[in-house]
Design a protein around this ligand. Structure first.
Ligand SMILES: [Fe+2]
Length: 276
């Protein structure tokens, strides 16, 4: 069985050449998971519910119908007993290791965006933050980086830029904003806050750092350089996971095509114009 995750399914819907070719030549059954179905449709429902005018409402309805039609072309993998048992096992582990308060990223975003002066769909805007977040989460599976720090870095590191070009102080401003927001819209241990502050402050001008969480943050950002026409170089990456050609290829393709991760519409409830 060939299973498309949400990213691959989204690329397929957009006619991505390599994904389309792979699905076309699949001899095995092609499937998507229930999670992908939820992620895709949740975003479409949100677009309908939050439409600001009639034209957007009609477009949202059309996207919803198209997505339902596309999802129905594939087998939906359902949750069975072994999957439910694994779910229970992971939940138990999370309870043991968590710091007791989950990050509310939509609320943090809402706070940050009040004073974000650049275009939301700009080079350093929301799609970039989302790709950095997903790059970071992917790298963290291997590096063991703090997921809370990786997520907060993604949202905060560029959010106090004053322009899309030369702005060497924006890392420091982001670090100080993190200090202001700690205890107000997110909680973080002292150790993790130090890492977040350092990662934001140094991402503008430092190449490497011995801590794996800071490495992961910086790598996640640099893997998205394709959006401004720069192919990420292993020389400027820290972790082995980031330096691997398949990782660079995966991230660079998303960066160069302006890929908008599903979390932007599904979880953050922000609608960005899809790039042509
Ligand atoms: Fe960035």
């Amino acid at each position: 069985m060939f299973v498309l995750d949400t990213d691959a399914f989204s690329l397929l819907l957009r006619g991505h050449a390599r994904v389309t070719a792979r699905v076309a030549k699949a001899t095995e059954e092609v499937a998507v998971t229930l999670i992908t179905r939820i992620e895709i449709l949740r975003g479409r429902f949100a677009s309908v519910i939050n439409a600001e005018n009639g034209e957007r409402l009609l477009n949202a309805q059309r996207w919803l119908r198209e997505s339902e039609h596309d999802l129905n072309r594939f087998t939906i993998l359902t949750i069975d007993l072994p999957v439910a048992a694994e779910f229970d096992r992971i939940r138990r582990n999370k309870k043991l290791s968590g710091n007791g308060m989950a990050l509310n990223i939509p609320m943090i975003l809402k706070t940050v965006l009040v004073d974000y002066t650049l275009p939301w769909d700009g080079f350093h805007g929301i799609a970039h933050w989302a790709r950095v977040l997903e790059n970071g989460l992917k790298l963290a599976e291997e590096s063991g980086a703090s997921l809370e720090v990786v997520k907060l870095f993604a949202i905060l590191h560029d959010c106090r830029r004053l322009n899309e070009g030369d702005d060497p102080e924006h890392g420091g401003r982001a670090a100080e904003l993190a200090r202001e927001l700690r205890g107000v819209v997110f909680e973080l241990s002292d150790r993790e806050f130090q890492l977040l502050h350092r990662a934001c402050a140094g991402h503008t001008h430092e190449r490497s750092h011995p801590d794996v969480t800071i490495q992961t943050c910086w790598d996640a950002d640099r893997l998205d350089l394709g959006r401004v026409g720069i192919t990420p170089s292993p020389f400027y990456l820290n972790s082995e996971a980031a330096k691997r050609p398949d990782t660079i290829r995966w991230a660079d393709e998303r960066a160069t095509t302006g890929f908008i991760p599903e979390i932007v519409s599904c979880e953050w409830r922000i609608e960005l114009e899809k790039p042509e």
